[in-house]
Design a protein around this ligand. Structure first.
Ligand code: ZN
Length: 489
């Protein structure tokens, strides 16, 4: 029985006992799971949802039992245990187990919120899922969904290094110093470390943004005017965020579909108006919500079932946004000030290089030594103008890269790993983190056009210089004329 045949067959419940067939390696890997908080020494243990399939073309109720199966006999001759088979039938299963949009229901990763499209807000890392089916000659069958957690040491510790605001001559040398190939800062798979830039419009040199993109960094939207969005309508959010995506596309030469995320200026989120805009604009993620709980820290999640943690800055989204990711900003312990801080800039400023290093390393360890939730280094570049800040920060990067299981990845690379988690020992085969994935079709912008353009800001009319390797516009792009930009293809 091939998994691909499942769609074509009518499958009815069986009463036979289903038992997994495991080789020694699988047996070992099923034991002592972090995420189920259960330690098993001799018998493999699975959390399972059993379900029966009658006709996958119809939505039918699923029998869920959340049973534990502890046998290791070999009676299941036709079990489908490979990832390949799983991926083939996963689509069918998702068809039956369609996520609920009702955020009053409980999010269940085995039942109504399944990867890669849905991931519950939780401190648990993502699981690998397997479908285990048994069929008889008449193609009657019963299937089980088995979730298999990863041990802490099987999870790469991802670090998200992000920078907000304009990119220009003032901060570009810093970015070169951190990322440039000459410094040989590479992840353990040999590829250069990468970051994510949330770019706001005013004072940005789009030639330099193009170069960052060409070097494999992720570019995301941080609005046009960099205003407080607390009371923005969905339309205003759209102009600010999708409008900035259009400007980045036009003047930094980045394909629109590769600008996937946003961060709200001042981390001032805008409730349902903002999140509805992200759905309307077909964007993949937001990274603006501060999360107070940090021990253990939350993993990024989708908003199918709402945010489900304390909301630090209002207004928060209240509705369901299926498939939209939130890469939350897990708050740090502020070692000097005693409270908590989200952006590193907002922590009490450490007085010397060692204090900077200790601040970052102490907060990093809470991720690294517990559930390996991605660790955020969220910055504005002006923090680095203090010499000991930069020295302590660079020392931290170089120290953690020696650990051998720490990866500096872009937000999109992070989401790709969550969507299909892969053990550290096979991470070299993980395509989204390969070096060639960072080579973009766009070239670096070394000699930009310097456009001298008219700039109307409200009633005031002036002019601006504007750098880009793309064609100069007639007017400086701004919130008042971005609608026009977005409608002209
Ligand atoms: Zn900002």
């Amino acid at each position: 029985m091939q998994a691909s045949q499942i769609n074509e067959k009518r499958i009815k419940p069986m009463t036979t006992t289903v038992s997994p067939k495991l080789d020694n390696n699988q047996y070992e890997s099923f034991t002592n799971r972090y995420d189920h908080g259960r330690s098993v020494r001799k018998m493999p243990v699975f959390h399972m949802n059993s379900f029966t399939i009658e006709n996958l073309n119809k939505s039918i109720p699923i029998t869920t039992s959340d049973a534990l199966l502890t046998s290791s006999s070999n009676s299941l001759s036709s079990s489908l245990m490979t990832e390949r088979n799983y991926s083939v039938i996963k689509e069918s299963i998702n068809h039956v187990l369609s996520p609920s949009n009702d955020n009053n229901k409980q999010c269940d990763p085995k039942l109504n919120c399944r990867l890669p499209k849905c991931f519950c807000p939780d401190v648990k890392p993502p699981c690998k899922f397997y479908i285990l089916c048994e069929f008889n000659e008449l193609m009657n069958g019963i299937c089980f969904v088995i979730s298999v957690g990863l041990k802490r040491k099987e999870i790469p510790q991802m670090i998200l290094l992000t920078f907000d605001d304009a990119v220009n001559d003032v901060n570009f040398p810093l970015y070169q110093e951190i990322f440039d190939r000459q410094t040989k800062r590479t992840n353990p798979n040999g590829c250069p470390i990468k970051g994510t830039f949330f770019v706001s419009h005013e004072w940005t040199d789009y030639g330099k943004v193009q170069t960052l993109y060409a070097r494999g960094h992720e570019i995301a939207s941080h609005s046009i005017t960099h205003g407080y969005g607390e009371k923005f309508s969905t339309k205003q959010w759209y102009r600010e965020i999708a409008g900035q995506r259009e400007i980045l596309h036009r003047f930094a030469g980045i394909p629109r579909h590769e600008i996937r995320g946003m961060r709200a200026p001042f981390l001032q989120i805008g409730g349902d108006e903002q999140f509805q805009m992200l759905m309307d604009a077909n964007m993949t993620y937001d990274s603006s919500i501060s999360i107070f709980d940090n021990a253990p820290p939350y993993w990024p999640y989708t908003l199918d079932f709402g945010i489900q943690h304390d909301c630090m800055i209002t207004p928060c989204p209240t509705r369901s946004y299926p498939g939209l990711w939130e890469i939350g900003l897990i708050m740090w312990h502020d070692l000097m000030g005693g409270g908590r801080c989200t952006m590193v800039n907002s922590c009490t400023s450490p007085t010397d290089e060692k204090s900077v290093f200790d601040l970052i390393m102490t907060n990093f360890k809470r991720h690294y030594d517990t559930n390996r939730a991605p660790f955020g280094l969220f910055y504005q570049s002006n923090w680095f103008t203090t010499a000991h800040h930069k020295a302590g920060f660079l020392r931290f990067i170089d120290e953690v890269l020696k650990l051998g299981d720490v990866y500096f990845v872009t937000n999109w690379q992070l989401l790709r790993w969550i969507q299909s988690p892969i053990n550290l020992d096979r991470i070299d085969q993980f395509e989204p983190w390969q070096c060639q994935m960072n080579i973009k079709k766009q070239s670096e912008c070394l000699v930009p056009n310097i456009c001298h353009v008219r700039f109307q800001k409200g009633e005031k009319i002036g002019s601006r210089f504007f750098k880009t390797c793309q064609k100069c516009p007639n007017d400086y792009p701004w919130i008042d004329n971005v609608d026009q930009l977005m409608t002209v293809s």
